[in-house]
Design a protein around this ligand. Structure first.
Ligand code: RP5
Length: 166
């Protein structure tokens, strides 16, 4: 959690989703993006979920990330109550191993979009949120470019290591 006013709100459908979602806040911390993390269930605390989304823009939040498993309605329920971009992370916490959550999150009816990343794709959700913010933040855009360059360097290093051993 960062001290500056949060720009990204990360919502977990359950405390059980914490480990899968941790890369989201770790990545935002690495990139220096102010964020907050809350647990808020579309089914068990529906009024609080609606209030959070309704108040988010006024509180200065700019992107919401929602991770939920099973019949995962959290991202869609948030999107119903805000004009902020909502990124959904389907979580593999059910006997269907996330396919249920993927369908529930990605198949939003026309008019209420949720940008859905891969099952358990918390890191990509954070990167996508950062890329949205970087549209108006050149310094953040520079850090994202460095992130990509570092990834490429890692691949090149692994390639060189493998090539030299064969
Ligand atoms: C979803 O159901 C949560 O996001 C979690 O992944 C799954 C199980 O939740 P709990 O029963 O552990 O709260 O709502």
């Amino acid at each position: 959690m960062s001290r500056a006013a949060p720009l990204v709100g990360i919502l977990l459908g359950s405390a059980a989703d914490r480990d899968v979602m941790a890369p989201a806040w770790q990545t935002l911390s690495d990139l220096g993006v102010a964020h907050e993390v809350r647990i808020c269930s579309a089914h068990r605390t529906p009024d609080r979920a609606a209030a959070y989304a309704s108040e988010a823009r006024g509180r200065g939040l700019r992107v919401l990330i929602a991770g939920a498993g099973a019949a995962a309605h959290l991202a869609g329920a948030l999107a119903a109550h805000t004009t902020l971009p909502v990124i959904g992370v389907p979580i593999s916490s059910s006997p269907l191993r996330g396919l249920d959550a993927l369908h529930a999150t990605v198949q939003m009816p026309s008019g209420v979009p949720v940008a859905t990343v891969a099952i358990d794709g918390a890191r990509n959700a954070a990167l996508l949120a950062a890329q949205i913010l970087a549209l108006q933040d050149e310094e953040l855009a520079r850090r994202l470019a460095q992130w990509k360059a570092d990834m490429a360097d890692e691949v090149d290093r692994a390639d060189a290591e493998l090539a030299s051993g064969n």
